[in-house]
Design a binder for this molecule. Sequence first.
Ligand SMILES: Nc1ncnc2c1ncn2[C@@H]1O[C@H](COP(=O)(O)OP(=O)(O)OP(=O)(O)O)[C@@H](O)[C@H]1O
Ligand SMILES: [Mg+2]
Length: 185
Amino acid sequence: MRELSLYILDIAQNSLSAGAKHIDISVEENTTADTILICITDNGHGMAPQQVLQVTNPFYTTRTTRRVGMGISLFRLAAEQSGGSLEISSIPEQGTTLTAMFVRSHIDRPPIGDMEGTITALIRLNPKIDFCYKRSIDERSFSVDTTQLRKILGEVTLDTPEVVSWISEYIQEQNSLLSGACAPD
Ligand SMILES: Nc1ncnc2c1ncn2[C@@H]1O[C@H](COP(=O)(O)OP(=O)(O)OP(=O)(O)O)[C@@H](O)[C@H]1O
Ligand SMILES: [Mg+2]
């Protein structure tokens, strides 16, 4: 079973391809509602309504249009197979929001996976892009926001090895604090 962090990496890659300069990624777990909500929002070039339809209905459109990619379709399939859903909203020239909902306790729900690796790789490989990552379990949460880190770092860039290690360790540490009361993934 593919981990959710790998789907998130794929979706963030779409945002980068769309020329986004700012990407918000959130992974929010709600133990009462029994859901995991994943939201990726970018300020890239967006999609026209017709294209959003094509992207969310790949099997309907593949026969009549050029190749339609698999990233979103596979993520949607994973969400639906665990009793959830995936939605996209997009405004041309403004950006795109993709929201995927998973039923947390569903037997087919993929593990969250290595979010620390995903976020660290995105920041390290795209030091000029701003990322804001938010992770929560019920009322407990933490976030990493590169716009704030940039202010502290001054001239030091986000791909500096020491900065990358710090981000990685911070996410790891916060994550273990978060999942302290919950069974880890
Ligand atoms: N955030 C986004 N902003 C603008 N367009 C997007 C965005 N995400 C997806 N798209 C459009 O939807 C298409 C389908 O995306 P999808 O991830 O399913 O496949 P792909 O990226 O084309 O290929 P693959 O992910 O298989 O390498 C993209 O080619 C792109 O045109
Ligand atoms: Mg893609």
